[in-house]
Design a binder for this molecule. Structure first.
Ligand code: ZN
Length: 242
């Protein structure tokens, strides 16, 4: 068993292409999961949705995807995120909109004993944040599967709850231990916020979780963002990884 877990692409086609190429190069994975926020912030929402639809086996919705559909109140977004949602809403095709409408908030993968959710297993429609393993600890009460995969904060981590009830925090790679349960934040493909601007995704197999960092042509994305008239702070931040 091996799978790749991607989250928070946010319309960044160069980052998504680099990650998919990296997955193919790293050796075959059985499946690819996408944890939401295909759009928002970046200049290529239609292309990203099409590529995700082609490449991923399971897809769920993030708050930006829902906001573009008018299902999340953008007043909860900051001024730049709001502007990007409006830009995306004006830009995307009806085909992309129909694809986004298909994505559910959570997905239970019975065969993998895993739950996929963009924000948190507790009240997923409220879009709470889990920034660290410590934040994740109460979350273990709100799902029954062995694995819960999340995104939303754009910062990767693994929270392990051992059979003895001890919380172990992994900021990098983590072993998969037989009797432990896990909350795994896959980080962000298109707009990392942990100080490393390279695209991030998680590779999971029977042994462990590995976060891969993939360089991509950030400047190409930035140029497209500027040309599209997306807010300058959003253009700057992808080069900084914050
Ligand atoms: Zn996001």
């Amino acid at each position: 068993m091996s799978y790749a877990v991607l989250s928070d692409v946010h319309g960044n086609l160069e980052a998504l292409q680099a990650v998919l190429k990296h997955i193919r190069k790293s050796g075959p994975v059985d499946e690819i999961f996408f944890l939401g926020d295909a759009v928002g912030y970046g200049p290529n929402p239609d292309e990203c949705i099409a590529l995700l639809e082609d490449s991923c086996d399971e897809l769920i919705a993030g708050n930006h995807d829902r906001a573009v559909l008018g299902l999340v109140d953008v007043e909860r977004f900051n001024v730049y995120a709001k502007a990007a949602v409006r830009w995306t809403d004006d830009t995307i095709s009806s085909k992309s909109r129909a694809a986004l409408q298909n994505y559910s908030l959570v997905k239970n993968l019975q065969a993998k004993d895993a739950l996929l959710v963009h924000s948190t297993p507790f009240e997923p429609e409220q879009w709470h944040y889990m920034f660290s393993a410590l934040d994740a600890e109460p979350g273990f009460l709100h799902f029954t599967q062995r694995f819960c995969f999340i995104g939303h904060t754009h910062r990767p981590f693994v929270a392990e709850l051992t059979a003895a009830g001890q919380l172990v925090s992994h900021s990098q790679n983590a072993p998969i231990n037989k009797d432990s349960r896990y909350v795994i934040n896959a980080g962000s493909v298109g707009q990392p916020r942990d100080g490393d601007p390279r695209a991030c995704y998680a590779l999971v197999d029977g042994q462990g979780v590995r976060f891969e960092r993939v360089p991509y042509d950030v400047q190409a994305t930035q140029q497209k963002m500027s040309k599209a008239g997306l807010p300058e702070p959003l253009v700057q931040r992808i080069a900084m990884g914050r």
